[in-house]
Design a protein around this ligand. Structure first.
Ligand code: CMP
Length: 143
């Protein structure tokens, strides 16, 4: 079954949106198989955002993403990667449709509440950065 990596960013945590966001994914039917709450180590941030290291916005983004705790989790389910991206809405909240998480809760591209892997390959890479295999729990979900 497909899995994806999701992270509620410091602005989402500080605004008390963790429960609301998690509920959306649980209500959709996705299964929570791992979760971790805390402030990201700089080395993890550099690995996670490897493709953005040279971008002009990177230093500001790194300062922001390490400014407070984030909630990282892994979801499992059919087409979970693409569906979670759709539920999150466009990266730039000004382009995100109402009804999506960023459309409903975010204003700026920097503080855009949530991150999710953009492909199954990215999901596998990001899950491997943030979780050990033993931290991914195996259980049967009663539908
Ligand atoms: P995310 O899905 O976490 O992946 C990369 C992040 O870079 C993205 O969400 C945005 O929050 C951030 N980002 C992309 N473009 C910019 C920008 N121009 N200024 C600030 N942050 C950006």
């Amino acid at each position: 079954m497909e899995r994806t990596f999701v992270m509620i960013k410091p602005d989402g945590v500080q605004r008390g949106l963790v429960g609301e966001i998690l509920s959306r994914f649980e209500n959709k039917g996705f299964k929570l198989v791992a979760g971790k709450f805390g402030v990201l180590a700089e080395s993890i941030v550099d690995k996670h955002y490897e493709e953005h290291l040279a971008k002009p916005f990177y230093p500001g983004m790194k300062a922001y993403i390490t400014s407070g705790p984030v909630f990282r989790f892994v979801l499992e389910g059919e087409n979970v990667v693409a569906t979670v991206r759709k539920m999150n809405g466009a990266t730039n909240p000004t382009e995100a449709n109402p009804g999506t998480i960023r459309g409903d809760y975010a204003l700026s591209i920097g503080k855009n509440v949530i991150h999710a892997a953009d492909s199954p390959e990215s999901a596998a890479r990001e899950i491997g950065i943030h979780f050990t295999p033993a931290e991914l729990v195996s259980y049967t979900k009663i539908d």
